[in-house]
Design a protein around this ligand. Structure first.
Ligand SMILES: Cc1cc2nc3c(=O)[nH]c(=O)nc-3n(C[C@H](O)[C@H](O)[C@H](O)COP(=O)(O)OP(=O)(O)OC[C@H]3O[C@@H](n4cnc5c(N)ncnc54)[C@H](O)[C@@H]3O)c2cc1C
Length: 405
């Protein structure tokens, strides 16, 4: 529990998904007195996350990469295959991290492992108090913000960082407007074992219902994100494991051999969300509290972790100049730092997803031409690869432990 209800902390973070946990760890390790308010961490999430290079670097910075690397499988190549079966089809494109002089574009981890490791480190972190409770109300004052949890004492801080997800009550309490939309698609996710090696290659088939993406896990196993219609998702989930394995192997054109189902399928209806402002009075939004879009090209959490890194940097620099970390001036810098990255990713992922769903010929031609150029024009390839990882990426990725794949 925080010491007294009168104590004013530096930062209170609400929500212990991967964005909130990482933010709390970053702030606390930078010396900010931080309180994290959230119910128990989700250890049932069957998804995996392809963490791109900058995310791994952030985890290295806060000292958790050592604990995560044993669960991480490198992603050295990313392959995109047009399986739309349409009149105009794009060429197959393979991006290779070696072309950017990188060991890997990033690493794939089970969300269960990611959340568990982050939560374990958070329990031990100096300057961090983890209040395992739901936040229920917010009072945004001129000098500080007060968060009340279900069972605990009110917590006061200079700044509230809202990471309570797409249905954020903190965002609503602050009156921040948003744009929400939905897609006629559901992502079915599960893990698979297969006969042939994946060679650290992630393969994204573009199908008429959305992407079908295999992402490497340790050994001869991979995670699958299969985006289909809501009806097809019910059909897939009702299948026996033998039939489901066969059906998915056919959809994967047997590129990594025979499949065995290694986890219970889970489904996630696809939707989008964009908060009209990333800040409010003594409030900053991060992760899916601020932006949600379909799982294409491993962008969602990576974008959220860039919010965290940007906010951490701004707060540290504000403290260095003696500025109030929850002031409107500091928060408006966060808004301007993050707006363009968020808008660009949201637009690009939405456009690519919709281009798969439409039969409209000019859109098909534009998508195919884009991928053709990405395949044939080296400077464009490199630009797309860099932009796909993170704006302005240049560095080597942190190493992964030998022998995990
Ligand atoms: C199928 C699929 C595959 C994906 N794959 C990738 C990928 O490969 N790479 C990638 O970068 N992204 C991926 N994403 C996106 C990624 O999963 C999300 O961006 C990420 O999980 C969002 O994390 P978050 O911490 O922002 O939000 P959440 O994980 O939603 O966390 C919000 C937290 O807030 C808590 N909370 C809610 N209300 C309260 C309250 N009142 N008080 C306290 N706490 C509260 C919740 O319990 C929850 O733990 C994928 C998404 C999907 C659907």
């Amino acid at each position: 529990m925080p010491e007294t209800s009168d104590k004013i902390h530096d930062i209170v973070v609400v929500g212990a998904g991967p964005s909130g946990l990482t933010a709390a760890l970053l702030f606390a390790s930078a010396g900010f007195e931080t309180v994290l308010v959230a119910p128990a961490v989700n250890l049932e999430d069957g998804r995996t996350t392809a963490l791109l290079q900058d995310s791994a670097t952030l985890f290295e910075q806060i000292g958790v990469w050592e604990s995560l690397r044993g669960f991480a499988t490198p992603l050295s190549k990313m392959r995109m295959i047009d399986a739309t079966g349409r009149l105009v089809r794009a060429p197959e494109v393979t991006f290779d991290s070696a072309e950017l002089d990188l060991d890997a574009f990033g690493y794939n981890l089970r969300n269960k492992d990611l959340n568990r490791v982050l939560a374990e480190v958070a329990q031990e972190q100096t300057n961090l108090t983890f209040v395992e409770d739901l936040a229920v109300s917010y009072d945004f004052g001129d000098e500080n913000v007060t968060v009340s949890s279900q069972d605990g004492m009110p917590i006061k801080a200079r700044l509230l960082v809202a990471a309570d997800g797409r249905n954020s009550q903190a965002r609503e309490a602050a009156g921040i407007d948003l744009r929400r939309w939905s897609y006629p698609q559901v992502a079915v996710v599960l893990n698979l074992e297969h006969d042939r090696p994946h060679n650290d290659t992630s393969t994204e088939f573009h199908t008429p219902t959305g992407p079908f993406t295999l992402v490497p896990l340790p050994g001869r196993s991979s995670s699958l994100v299969c985006v289909v219609t809501p009806e097809q998702s019910e059909t897939l989930k009702a299948m026996s494991t033998t039939d489901l394995a066969l059906e998915l192997e056919q959809r994967a054109h047997s590129i990594i051999g025979k499949f065995r189902i290694a986890s219970e399928p889970q489904s996630f209806p696809l939707s989008g969300l964009s908060a009209k402002s990333l800040v409010g009075k003594r409030l900053a939004l991060i992760g899916e509290t601020a932006h949600v879009f379909p799982p294409i090209g491993a962008q969602g959490l990576n974008l959220g972790l860039r919010d965290v890194a940007s906010l951490g940097k701004l707060l540290t620099s504000a403290r260095g100049t003696g500025a109030d970390i929850g002031s409107a001036q500091v928060l408006s810098r966060y808004e301007s730092d993050r707006r363009s990255d968020i808008s660009t990713r949201t637009f690009a992922v939405d456009a690519l997803n919709r281009s798969l769903l439409t039969d409209f010929l000019p859109v098909q031609i534009a998508r195919s031409a884009g991928l053709y150029l990405a395949d044939k024009v080296p400077p464009l390839r490199r630009l797309l690869m860099r932009e796909g990882i993170a704006p302005g990426t240049r560095r080597k990725a942190p190493p992964v432990r030998d022998g995990v794949h």
